[in-house]
Write a protein that binds this ligand. Structure first.
Ligand code: CLR
Length: 384
């Protein structure tokens, strides 16, 4: 009769959770959810989705013309969407509620060098707890590629679904012999459906942008029944900014499967049937160990509890961490200090965002940013 995905013993707590979602708007992260919907993974691990196909990221640097580069950036971007938005359904049966990171939580990792693609490093820091904001850097030094971004979410409830507006953006820098080329990436809107049945899943909507390197790119997202009548449809259009001789590039398809060129190219565009590569987590301490604020150390027992169905352990450990953090904030307030971020400095506006957002008429015209402090990976031990 509907809620079959919800364990019988958790049905009333699931309905209370849904009611709470419907009445709390803005930030769902602190709502208590029933055990069956908890994920053992912290949101600080999510930026790794940007690079689960490291060779596609590296390929951006190997492109030889602006047009080829714009296509390589789009191909990499589209290929990340399946992991970003459907992987919890594949690994855990439905979308789940991730662990809400602590202020200053850190996650380090890398994808090893293979077939000449170079090593790619990942660094993530939770730069705000209330509201939750996650900042990250993904860098392939040998290819001269660096992605720096941050993201936050504003949620609302509408027609039985959660609407998630993503706040934040990322800047991809490609170091060319002629100087750095920069691309601004914005993020799609999410709708979380299937809540009533206890099996949430994400559909993307509206649009996101990739602006830079002489192109303005718009990616439009549609669910069932628009361009192709299928879930997870998209249409991307890259419009050349200056050169009237260059043609528009249009791609259409399903972001979780494959897509093809409609114009500006021929045949297949992207295909995510090839296996992805999860990031290898590494310790960020000078000793190579994980420090107490590193995600997999901090949440170790909570994650184990959730994975092994020991929810008593999970909730006891979660409370312990939360109390510790609350105490830390109280001590800071009493001492007139604040938590020092390790890798980022907040800035109320981003001139590059403003310049590129203006080109594509992106709303809002300005956004906060987190400047990455270049003291990394000096503090990291070299991985394999
Ligand atoms: C985080 C940034 C990533 C893409 C991404 C994917 C899934 C999103 C997540 C972001 C933010 C938190 C999120 C999650 C899906 C569900 C979860 C919106 C945008 C919310 C907080 C949990 C809702 C609870 C129901 C699933 C019951 O690049």
């Amino acid at each position: 009769e509907g809620t079959q995905a919800v364990p019988v013993a958790q049905r009333s707590s699931w309905t209370s959770f849904l009611k709470a979602i419907a009445s709390v708007s803005g930030d769902l992260s602190s709502l208590t959810a029933p055990p069956f919907i908890l994920s053992p993974v912290s949101l600080t691990e999510f930026p790794a989705y940007w690079c689960e196909r490291p060779e596609l990221f590296a390929a951006i640097a190997d492109a030889t013309t602006q047009e080829q580069r714009a296509i390589a950036v789009l191909k990499w971007f589209i290929s990340t969407l399946k992991g970003q938005y459907t992987s919890r359904n594949e690994s855990m049966g439905s979308e789940k509620k991730p662990l809400n990171p602590a202020l200053g939580e850190l996650f380090y990792g890398h994808w090893p060098d293979k077939n000449g693609r170079g090593k790619t490093d990942l660094l993530v820091e939770q730069v705000s707890h209330h509201p939750p904001i996650t900042a990250y850097v993904i860098e392939n030094k040998s290819k001269g590629l660096k992605l720096v971004g941050h993201n936050a979410q504003k949620t609302s409830f509408s027609g039985g679904s959660i609407i998630v507006k993503q706040i934040g953006h990322a800047v991809l820098t490609v170091n060319l012999p002629s100087g750095p080329e920069k691309y601004l990436l914005t993020l799609p809107r999410l709708r979380i459906d299937g809540l009533w049945y206890g099996s949430p899943y994400i559909e993307l909507s509206e649009s996101s942008h990739i602006v830079g390197g002489g192109y303005v790119g718009v990616i439009e997202y549609k669910g069932k029944g628009y361009f192709t009548g299928k879930s997870h449809s998209f249409k991307a259009t890259l419009t050349p900014q200056h050169d009237a001789d260059e043609s528009e590039i249009v791609v259409e398809g399903l972001w979780h499967q494959s897509s093809k060129f409609v114009s500006g190219g021929h045949g297949a565009f992207h295909d995510v049937s090839a296996p992805k590569e999860e990031v290898t987590a590494v310790g960020g301490e000078p000793t190579g160990q994980m420090g107490g604020m590193e995600t997999r150390k901090l949440w170790e027992l909570v994650s184990r509890g959730i994975r092994e169905g020991d929810f008593e352990l999970a909730s006891r450990e979660k409370s312990r961490i939360e109390n510790e953090m609350r105490q830390r904030r109280k001590d800071e307030a009493a001492g007139g200090t604040s938590w020092p971020l390790k890798h980022f400095t907040p800035l109320a506006s981003d001139p590059l965002y403003e310049e590129l957002a203006y080109l594509a008429k992106i709303v809002p015209p300005t956004e906060d940013t987190y400047i990455f402090q270049e003291n990394w990976p000096v503090t990291l031990r070299a991985g394999p």
